[in-house]
Design a protein around this ligand. Structure first.
Ligand SMILES: Nc1ncnc2c1ncn2[C@@H]1O[C@H](COP(=O)(O)OP(=O)(O)OP(=O)(O)O)[C@@H](O)[C@H]1O
Ligand SMILES: Nc1ncnc2c1ncn2[C@@H]1O[C@H](COP(=O)(O)OP(=O)(O)OP(=O)(O)O)[C@@H](O)[C@H]1O
Ligand SMILES: [Mg+2]
Ligand SMILES: [Mg+2]
Lengths: 228, 228
C-alpha cells in the first residue's frame, strides 16, 4: 500500500539544511496496524506528512496505492487524500467556525454522501468516541482531549483505505484512549482499514502488530538499541 | 498559597448551562509538587485557568498568594500572572512571529531583566530542555514536542512562585519527559517553586507528592473509586 525508497526530507533553517528524514526505506502492506515510535524531533510527523501527500520529499520516492506522490498534481493529491486517506493531525487542525458535528462530517460531505446517511454515521461515531451531547459545540468550547476525538472521528468517518494518526492519544486519559484504540482495531479487523500511528504512548505501542523505530530521521533496525 | 472555596464554573452551551467545575474546595501549600488527574473533560484545564486568574469562577472564591482573583482588576490580574505565576498551556500558545528564544525570554523581558542576564538564562535553559541549536526557529519550524518544550522554558525562566502546567508531557517521549520532570523537581526543591500539573501521563503522576483526582468537575475523595 505504501512504499518509501531512500526518502530524504530536508528543511532550511536560516540557510542551514536540517535533515528531518535521512534515507528512509519502508513498505507498509494493506491491513497493517503499525506504529512509528521515536523521540521528540526524530521525524515522525514529517514521515506521516510525506505519506499523506501533504508534503513532498527532497529526494527519494513515496508511493501510496501505487501512485508516486511527486508526479501527482495538487488536484490529484487532494483527491487521493479525500478518497483514500484519513488524517489525524498532532494539533488536531479542526476548523474553528464549524461545530464538532460539522468538523466530523466534513470529509463525508465532500465525498457527496447523502445528508441522512451522513447524519446517522456521524451521530453514532461521535457517541462512540464519548462526545454524545457535544455535537453542536465549537472547538474553543471543548477540552483538549474532546477536540482530539473530533479529529479522530473526522478521520475514520469515511472508512478510508489508510488512516494516518499523529499522536492520537496525547491528550486523552488511559480509559478513553483504550476505547479509541478498540474502535480503530475493529475498523482494521472488520473493514481492512490500514492504520499507521505516530506515538509516545505505551498503550498504543502495546496494541501495534508492528513497531517502526525512528531516531534522528533514520529507521533503527529492530532489536537494535533502546526503544522509546 | 492557593485556596478554592466552593468554586463553581459554568459555561453556556447554546443556552444550556454546563458545569465544568461543580463545587471545588481545595488548598495548595507553598512548595507542593501536586498533580490534578482525571478523564478528558473532567475539568482540569478549567481548574488551572481559574487558579491562574485567566478566567473567573461563576460562584465561590479563588485566592492566590492571599489575593481573591474576583476582586482584582484586569491590570492587577496580569501583574499577578507576570510576577507570580508561570503557565504552560495545553496548546502551548507560543507567539508564531517570535522565535523559540524570543518566546522563552518573553516573561523575563516584560519583567525588565537586563539583556545579558536574560540571554545567559534562556540559552542555558533551552539547552537543558534539549533545544540547543533550535533557538532561532519559529514555532512552525519545530516539532510538536519541541514547541511544548519552548512553552515549558518560557514558564519556568523567571522561577515564579507558582507554575501551572497543563499536560506538559503530552507530546514528548518518555526520556525527554523524565528530564523535564527532573528539571522541575530541582526547581521545586532548590528554589521552592510550587508546581501544579494537570496530566494523563503516569510518569508525571509517579513523581507527584500529591494527586488530586477530578471527575465530572468534582474532586474524588482519596482512595475512592478507580483512578486514572
Ligand atoms: N467555552 C466552553 N463552553 C462550553 N463548555 C466548555 C467550554 N470550555 C470547556 N467546556 C467544557 O467543560 C468541561 C471541562 O473542560 P476542561 O477543558 O477543563 O477539561 P479537561 O479535564 O482539561 O479535559 P482534557 O483532559 O480533555 O484536556 C468539558 O466537558 C468541556 O466540554
Ligand atoms: N519547517 C521546518 N523547518 C525546519 N525544521 C523543521 C521544520 N519542520 C520540522 N523541522 C525539524 O525536523 C525534525 C523532525 O520534526 P518532526 O515534527 O517530524 O518530529 P516528530 O518526531 O514528529 O517530533 P514530536 O514527537 O516532537 O512531534 C525536528 O527536529 C524539527 O525541528
Ligand atoms: Mg510530531
Ligand atoms: Mg485540558
Amino acid at each position: 500500500l505504501i512504499t518509501l525508497e531512500q526518502v530524504v526530507k530536508e528543511y532550511r533553517d536560516n540557510g542551514v539544511p536540517v535533515r528531518a528524514l535521512d534515507g528512509i526505506d519502508l513498505t507498509i502492506e494493506p491491513g497493517e496496524f503499525t506504529v512509528v515510535a521515536g523521540p521528540s524531533g526524530s521525524g515522525k510527523s514529517t514521515l506521516l506528512n510525506l505519506i499523506g501527500g501533504l508534503d513532498q520529499p527532497t529526494r527519494g520516492r513515496v508511493s501510496v496505492a501505487g501512485m508516486d506522490t511527486s508526479v501527482l498534481s495538487n488536484i490529484e493529491l487532494s483527491r487521493m487524500r479525500l478518497y483514500k486517506i484519513g488524517f489525524v493531525f498532532q494539533a488536531y487542525n479542526l476548523i474553528p467556525v464549524l461545530t464538532a458535528y460539522e468538523n466530523a462530517e466534513y470529509i463525508l460531505m465532500l465525498q457527496g454522501t447523502p445528508a441522512q446517511k451522513r447524519r446517522e454515521r456521524i451521530m453514532s461515531l461521535l457517541s462512540t468516541v464519548g462526545l454524545k451531547g457535544l455535537e453542536n459545540r465549537f472547538p474553543r468550547e471543548l477540552s483538549g482531549g474532546q477536540q482530539q476525538r473530533v479529529a479522530i472521528a473526522r478521520a475514520i468517518a469515511s472508512e478510508p483505505q489508510l488512516v494516518l494518526a499523529d499522536e492520537p492519544t496525547a491528550n486523552v486519559d488511559s480509559k478513553t484512549s483504550a476505547s479509541l484504540l478498540d474502535l480503530m482495531m475493529e475498523l482494521n479487523r472488520d473493514k481492512g482499514v490500514t492504520f499507521l500511528f505516530s506515538t509516545h504512548d505505551p498503550a498504543v505501542m502495546e496494541r501495534a502488530r508492528r513497531i517502526i523505530r525512528l531516531r534522528d530521521g533514520r529507521i533503527v533496525p529492530d532489536g537494535d538499541g533502546p526503544g522509546d
